[in-house]
Structures are given as structure tokens and as C-alpha cells.
Design a protein around this ligand. Structure first.
Ligand code: ADP
Ligand code: MG
Length: 241
């Protein structure tokens, strides 16, 4: 998928809404993030790759740096890894081919009714802290932004911070300090502190997207991988009104 302007992301959402769709596909959601200045993994044509068969993988491979991640693209699958729809750490064409077949078999077993739109092949981000940033349009309070660290802490312990959107970076920094996992960001067990200011900027951007883009009910980056070296949104979901 080519690079989009902010204006084009608005058109993409209104087109999806007129088509009666309830969500954006992962490559669309990532194109949106990218247009709003949030880094996402590279794939074909500099940004994305949606490949629907192995013959399409070849030209893509030359433009990407291994290791790769292969994911299923389906409007019917919310949690791809729950149904074997994500394979990380792929080093070459042969491994991609095996992963592609593995995903197809797994989906046909675990989500037989899911419509498969294609596959996303992207660069694998290096290790870091996995955080979650969400934006939601609350019926009562209006746009809000959410921040949490790590899957279990967020899903099980609800260790998250909320603010009404839009926010400034100062408030984003306060949100980070509010969650119990904050020490993970400042250098835990010999890890280098992550880029906290950069992370704050991304929380601000999500608060702007949910405030300014009509038609979005909920947007979520889960996870954003953040380290001392970089910040990258490796999974994104957008639900429409
Ligand atoms: P889902 O949340 O739908 O199961 P994700 O796209 O979040 O699928 O992938 C599952 C996990 O795989 C992520 O939480 C992350 O740990 C890892 N992952 C996915 N994509 C990448 C990537 N490009 N680079 C590094 N890790 C990734
Ligand atoms: Mg995810």
C-alpha cells in the first residue's frame, strides 16, 4: 500500500463506511497511522505488503530486511495469534512459504468461516517494551485516549490510564507514570530506558486521530514496540461507527 495523506485517510474511512464495513483491515489501519506520523513496519513499496499468493512474495522480499513476520488479513479475525494467524522470525522465502501454508491450515481449523483477504508480510521489529495505546469515542464523554504496558497487565489487571482527548505531551507523560508498569520504561533490569518523549508523542497523535477523524469508534495499537532505539506500531485495529 502506498503512502497516504491525512486527507486520503479521511476518504478511506468514508469509503469503508459507505460500503457498510465495521472495521479497517490491518494494512489500512497501518496506512492511517503512517499518514498521521506513527511509524509502522516496512513492507512492499516502502510501507506495506498484502500478498495473496507466493508468486507475489518474491518481489516484496527484495525490498525488506529479514527477519519477517507473516500475518493473515481478515475482517472476521480479531485476535490473529489465537487462531495461528501470525508467524514471526521468518528468515527466507522457504520459511515464508511454510508459514503461509501453516496459517492457512490453522485458520481452516480454528476459524473456518473467516474470510481471508490476504496476507501481510512485514519486517520484524527488534525487541523492546510492548505497550498499548487506544483511542475511543465515548458516547457520553467524547474522544478519549488510553495507555497501558504489556498484554497481561492491560487485559487481566486493567492497569491502564485514560484521558479525555486531545491531550498534550505533558499529559501523555503523566499517563505513563500512572500505570504500575512505568519502571519498565525507565530502564528495568539493565535494559536501557526507552524513548519516553517519542512514546508521549505517539499517545498525543492517537488522541488527535480520535478527536479529528470522523467515523472512527475505536483505534488501538497493540502492541507498539518501544526501546531506546525506536518506536514502531506492529499491530493496529480500527473500528468504525
Ligand atoms: P494479534 O494481536 O491479532 O494476535 P499481532 O499482529 O499483534 O496479532 O501479533 C501478535 C504478536 O506478535 C504481537 O503482540 C507481537 O509481540 C508480535 N509481532 C507482530 N508483528 C510484529 C512485528 N512486525 N515485529 C515484531 N513483533 C511482531
Ligand atoms: Mg496485537
Amino acid at each position: 500500500m502506498r503512502f497516504m495523506t491525512k486527507h486520503e485517510t479521511k476518504n478511506m474511512i468514508s469509503d469503508a463506511l459507505s460500503a457498510g464495513r465495521k472495521s479497517l483491515l490491518e494494512p489500512e489501519a497501518k496506512a492511517l497511522l503512517s499518514a498521521w506520523g506513527i511509524p509502522v513496519p516496512k513492507s512492499v513499496s516502502g510501507q506495506w505488503s498484502v500478498v495473496s499468493g507466493l508468486k507475489d512474495v518474491e518481489p516484496v522480499l527484495k525490498k525488506l530486511i529479514p527477519p519477517f513476520v507473516l500475518k493473515v488479513i481478515s475482517p472476521d479475525i480479531l485476535h490473529k495469534s489465537d487462531v495461528g494467524g501470525v508467524v514471526v522470525g521468518l528468515k527466507n522465502e522457504k520459511e515464508i512459504e511454510q508459514a503461509l501454508n501453516g496459517i492457512k491450515i490453522s485458520i481452516s481449523n480454528k476459524a473456518p468461516h473467516a474470510k481471508i483477504e490476504g496476507f501481510l508480510l512485514e519486517e520484524m521489529a527488534s525487541k523492546g517494551v510492548e505497550v498499548i495505546i487506544g483511542g475511543l469515542m465515548d458516547q457520553q464523554f467524547g474522544p478519549a485516549v488510553m495507555f497501558g504496558i504489556g498484554g497481561v497487565a492491560v487485559e487481566l489487571l486493567k492497569d491502564v490510564a485514560f484521558r479525555l482527548a486531545p491531550i498534550k505531551r505533558k499529559e501523555a507523560l503523566e499517563m505513563m507514570k500512572e500505570v504500575k508498569g512505568y519502571p519498565l520504561l525507565t530502564g528495568y533490569r539493565g535494559m536501557k530506558p526507552v524513548n519516553i518523549k517519542g512514546l508521549g508523542d505517539i499517545i498525543v497523535k492517537i488522541s488527535e486521530i480520535i478527536s479529528e477523524l470522523d467515523g472512527i469508534k475505536e483505534i488501538e495499537i497493540n502492541p507498539l514496540i518501544v526501546s531506546d532505539k525506536g518506536i514502531i506500531a506492529v499491530d493496529a485495529r480500527v473500528f468504525l461507527k
